[in-house]
Design a protein around this ligand. Structure first.
Ligand code: F3S
Length: 275
């Protein structure tokens, strides 16, 4: 069986940068906690915890140096941490920071900000925290009809959203509100991984997408691959590969989400080689 790796996959620049910030703080002798896991990948989160980088859910539980992960956080979270005397290392991904700034510019110019993304995603929650005017989060085409009348929207995307779907939704918004401004804020790392996943899925008979089930970008990769190659599996670890699923398959593809470490990808490839 031939194993084909996507040309671009795995840990992105923003996640790598956040992990390096946390490891640097640890090596400087600080206690380190992160607000939410640095990566949406339980195996890598467990490895970081063993190193001493503790993920907590609420600001009150943070101890020592607090690393704000690549998704960013609401400004009131930064304020609460600093008011509580914590040292804050801001590892917000520069692409997310840019989205926050564009959202603020739209709002300041009187546009109703529409984020095309997932309402509960921490990046989206963080961006909403920077906007003082009413804002809307939508994730599918049908949602456009439910927006209020008489808006002048300024539209951005969650950085990890499916770029094609974003394009369709943005066009539908513009048809409904002709004065709409659109800024495609899907990040280049997401775009490159999605393009590589599309190419991969057309070349193979089955695809393994490796990444956390809670990871938005991993789920988008699985969605993209499944459209082109129905035999697509989203797995977190090599143990989830079921040999019977590959019966009769001669060429299998592998791709991975933006927070999937290289060691997990290598384990999956090694297991596939062993079959
Ligand atoms: Fe940043 Fe894009 Fe990664 S926004 S965290 S480079 S997926």
């Amino acid at each position: 069986m031939e194993i084909v790796r996507a040309e671009v996959m795995g840990v992105c620049f923003g996640v790598r940068r956040a992990m390096e910030c946390a490891e640097a703080a640890l090596h400087a002798g600080h206690q380190v906690s992160t607000l939410g896991p640095l990566v949406h990948n339980p195996q890598e989160t467990a490895r970081l915890a063993r190193l001493g980088i503790r993920a907590v859910d609420v600001p009150e539980d943070c101890t020592g140096t607090v690393v704000i992960r690549a998704h960013g956080a609401r400004p009131d979270v930064f304020a609460a941490l600093r008011a509580g005397g914590r040292t804050v290392v801001d590892a917000t991904c520069p692409f997310v920071r840019k989205s926050q700034q564009i959202a603020c510019q739209f709002a300041d110019a009187g546009h109703a900000v529409i984020i095309v993304g997932h309402p509960d995603h921490p990046e989206v929650q963080g961006i909403l925290g920077y906007i003082r005017t009413p804002a809307y989060v939508i994730s599918q085409l049908d949602d456009v009809a439910n927006l209020p009348p008489d808006l002048t929207p300024g539209v951005i995307a969650q950085t990890t959203f499916n770029e094609n779907t974003f394009g369709e939704i943005a066009r539908a918004i513009t048809r409904r509100y002709p004065a709409t401004l659109v800024h495609d804020t899907v990040c280049s790392a997401t775009r490159d991984r999605q393009d590589a996943a599309r190419t991969l899925a057309t070349r193979v008979e089955a695809v393994y997408v490796i990444g956390g089930r809670a990871s938005s970008n991993t789920n988008r990769l699985a969605e993209i691959c499944r459209e082109l190659c129905p035999t697509t599996f989203l797995i977190e670890t090599a143990d989830e590969i079921i040999p019977a699923d590959l019966h009769g398959i001669t060429r299998v593809g592998v791709t991975a989400g933006a927070s999937t470490p290289d060691w997990l990808i290598d384990e999956v490839v090694a297991r596939l080689r062993g079959l």
